[in-house]
Design a protein around this ligand. Structure first.
Ligand SMILES: CC(C)(COP(=O)(O)OP(=O)(O)OC[C@H]1O[C@@H](n2cnc3c(N)ncnc32)[C@H](O)[C@@H]1OP(=O)(O)O)[C@@H](O)C(=O)NCCC(=O)NCCS
Length: 189
């Protein structure tokens, strides 16, 4: 009985049936370099965690945390960018079907591949995906001191909503809560 209820919740929200999140594998050119972008699978988690370790010196999200995320295809979508068979970047998204918001949970590009346009591509892809899915907004939190990421998000149409004080559990840094409003035609790119 409970299993049946869970399955019902999965796809029927507010009386509407929502699709499982899906993304077709594709080959993309980013700044004249060819990559594959596709949905992340459990076999990718080890490389994703390695990217986190290379970026932060530690992995803020554990293997188990990513595993739980990848097992929620009704409201989570994780994409990886692959070069020569190696995962070089990833983005995590969570859809809130009530608020019609796509929340970017996590994004990372391995250090040797940064400043090659991959971050811009991943965020733009998230925005396009949200539009295509007829969501109303894309949101994220970013550390106050992460000026590179904040500038990137602003360039792509995100605006600051509020400061979330002491948001991060490890060092209590404040987060800037940002949103791209997809209903505001003036913000579209
Ligand atoms: C933020 C991040 C995802 C951006 O990815 P990226 O692939 O480097 O981004 P892009 O190549 O598309 O560059 C976007 C802009 O940021 C700038 N930028 C990226 N890395 C930079 C760096 N280390 N120093 C200075 N500028 C940088 C680029 O020059 C570009 O600016 P421009 O458009 O004015 O030229 C990546 O730097 C990263 O993984 N950082 C560590 C993890 C992180 O901060 N995640 C965000 C958490 S909210």
């Amino acid at each position: 009985m409970f299993e049946k209820f869970k399955n019902w919740c999965r796809v029927t929200i507010n009386g509407r049936k929502w699709p499982m999140l899906d993304f077709a594998r594709r080959v993309v050119m980013i700044k004249r370099h060819q990559y594959v972008v596709r949905m992340a699978a459990e076999q990718d988690i080890r490389e994703i965690v390695e990217i986190e370790q290379a970026i932060y010196g530690t992995a803020p999200w554990s293997y188990a945390a990513f595993q739980i995320e990848l097992r929620r295809p009704h409201d989570r979508l994780y994409l990886v960018i692959v070069d020569d068979g190696r995962v070089v970047g990833f983005i995590g998204m969570a859809v809130d079907w009530y608020r019609l918001d796509l929340h970017i949970t996590n994004i990372g590009v391995t250090p040797g591949y940064q400043q090659k346009g991959i971050g811009t591509y991943l965020i733009s892809t998230a925005i396009n995906y949200a539009r295509h899915t007829q969501l109303h907004s894309v949101s994220l939190e970013v550390r106050v001191h992460n000026l590179v990421a904040r500038k990137l998000y602003e360039q792509l149409g995100f605006r600051e909503r509020e400061i979330k004080h002491r948001y991060y559990l490890d060092d209590h840094e404040d987060a800037v809560d940002m949103e791209a409003d997809l209903l505001n035609k003036g913000e579209q790119r």
